[in-house]
Design a protein around this ligand. Sequence first.
Ligand SMILES: Cc1cc2nc3c(=O)[nH]c(=O)nc-3n(C[C@H](O)[C@H](O)[C@H](O)COP(=O)(O)OP(=O)(O)OC[C@H]3O[C@@H](n4cnc5c(N)ncnc54)[C@H](O)[C@@H]3O)c2cc1C
Length: 222
Amino acid sequence: MSTIVKVKSVEHLTHDVIHLTLEKPEGLVYTPGQAVDISINKPCWEDKKTCFTFVSLPEENQIEFVIKTYPSHQGITNELLSVKPGDEISVYKPFGDIHFKGEGIFIAGGAGITPFLAILKDLKKQNNLGKNKLIFANRSKADIIMENHFNDLLGEKFINILSDEELEGYEHGYVSQELIQKHQEPTLKFYYLCGPPPMMNAVEKHLAALGIPAEYIVKEGF
Ligand SMILES: Cc1cc2nc3c(=O)[nH]c(=O)nc-3n(C[C@H](O)[C@H](O)[C@H](O)COP(=O)(O)OP(=O)(O)OC[C@H]3O[C@@H](n4cnc5c(N)ncnc54)[C@H](O)[C@@H]3O)c2cc1C
């Protein structure tokens, strides 16, 4: 079952990422890190559902998403590029197990940042950011979603790694065992992973090689 709500705003965050704000369906309950299926309520699109992660907090009176668009797929994310305030979106039932279990290292690739955006926003609100660190992997600086926001939030505990660009102050390459090891601290017990499957597979192998038990790995594949 779904609820139809209206688009409040759509803005560009990077060259291919939008921030979509919708009215909140009445009675909607979710936890930071959860996702939901949505569809665009217009002919030919109402049956095409795709999931996105809430970046708003449950107590806010609108719901927000940060969405990486793929115009070449001719799918929902491309269609979302042309939605306007007042257009209708169907919102289904929230789902997903990714949630904060304790201090750790968050490792995100591209749009995989979205559950961590919500979780870290929630921790900040509770004055509980602690020693949590974020390693954010992207191709280039232009792809980094909300870089200023994370700099302000985490300072030196925000580590960027770029695969296609070499820049001072940014790690270069892919997330490696050495990079994870460099940022490990005894109190950072949990490893939160979210990103495209190839990145997730590689990072999981690094964590296994570092002897991290499965119960300390919290993950969601995009
Ligand atoms: C739990 C979960 C939460 C998520 N949360 C977010 C989020 O918050 N933000 C976010 O940005 N993403 C998120 N994602 C990923 C997001 O769901 C996908 O990026 C999205 O489904 C892409 O939709 P699309 O319709 O534009 O393209 P797709 O569904 O990828 O493609 C539409 C059609 O295009 C064709 N196609 C597929 N790949 C290609 C290709 N490489 N080239 C050309 N055509 C192709 C196929 O025929 C396909 O049916 C999440 C995913 C999961 C599983």
